[in-house]
Structures are given as structure tokens and as C-alpha cells.
Design a binder for this molecule. Structure first.
Ligand code: NI
Length: 140
């Protein structure tokens, strides 16, 4: 087993969502979700960090071609989120509360297989919803 190196690609997307449970009253939704329960939606400028680990290929010196990683993230994730309404438009978020935690796990499920198919391992995701709030997921 060679030495393991971690590489990270950052991608950004802007998307609308709301956090709202239909079976709850407006008051209860506002109490639990605050401004994110606004019924007419609101948006965030999300920042996604995708960290992949693996050993370095001798010929290239790469763990994984970052252009290829970027293309996978764009095709499988960003195209389904950027300038979309996450609650309504994003196939892998259908019927799932559009919290940063759930979006992060949804993104994981999109990427883990295709990255493995390229001979690398998805190590972690970090998804920033705001400057002050972010979620990390390690696939557990
Ligand atoms: Ni929000």
C-alpha cells in the first residue's frame, strides 16, 4: 500500500430551498426552521468541497485528475442544483428535507460510485450554506 494523499476540489452553486413540514402549522415551522421556513423560498450561495484520497499514480503524479473530478461533480451534482429549487428540481432530493445535512448526504450518494470507478476513494464532503454554517460528511 503506497502513501495516501488527499486532494480537494471546490465547486459552487446557488440554489433555492425552504425547510418546511406540510403537516406542521406555519407557527411550528417558523419556530423550528426560522427564516428557512419562508414559504416563498429563499436562496443560498453554497460552496462544496469534495475530498478524494488515494495513492499517487507514478506516471501522472496524480491521485486523480482534478479536471475529471471537476467534470464528475459538475455533471452529477452541480447541474442538478445550480440555479434550481432544491425542493422541486433536484432528483436526488425528491421528498427529502432540503437541509444542508441532507443535501450533503445526497451529494455523497451521487459521487461515491463514480469516484471509485476512477480508482480513487471519496473521503469527505464539506458543504457551506453560509459563511458561518457548514456540514461535513464522511460517509458513515
Ligand atoms: Ni436556508
Amino acid at each position: 500500500m503506497g502513501r495516501e494523499v488527499f486532494i480537494t476540489r471546490r465547486e459552487r452553486f446557488s440554489a433555492a430551498h425552504k425547510l418546511f413540514k406540510e403537516e406542521w402549522s406555519d407557527e411550528k415551522n417558523m419556530e423550528v426552521f426560522g427564516k428557512c421556513a419562508n414559504s416563498n423560498w429563499h436562496g443560498h450561495n453554497y460552496v462544496l468541497f469534495v475530498t478524494v484520497k488515494g495513492s499517487v499514480t507514478e506516471d501522472t503524479g496524480f491521485v486523480m485528475d482534478l479536471k475529471l473530478l471537476s467534470d464528475l461533480i459538475k455533471t452529477l451534482v452541480i447541474e442538478h442544483l445550480d440555479h434550481k429549487n432544491i425542493n422541486l428540481d433536484t432528483p436526488f432530493m425528491k421528498g427529502i428535507m432540503a437541509s444542508t445535512e441532507n443535501i450533503c448526504m445526497g451529494i455523497w450518494d451521487q459521487l461515491v460510485g463514480p469516484i471509485a470507478a476512477e480508482g480513487a476513494t471519496l473521503h469527505s464532503l464539506k458543504l457551506e450554506e453560509t459563511e458561518n454554517n457548514y456540514v461535513e460528511y464522511y460517509g458513515g
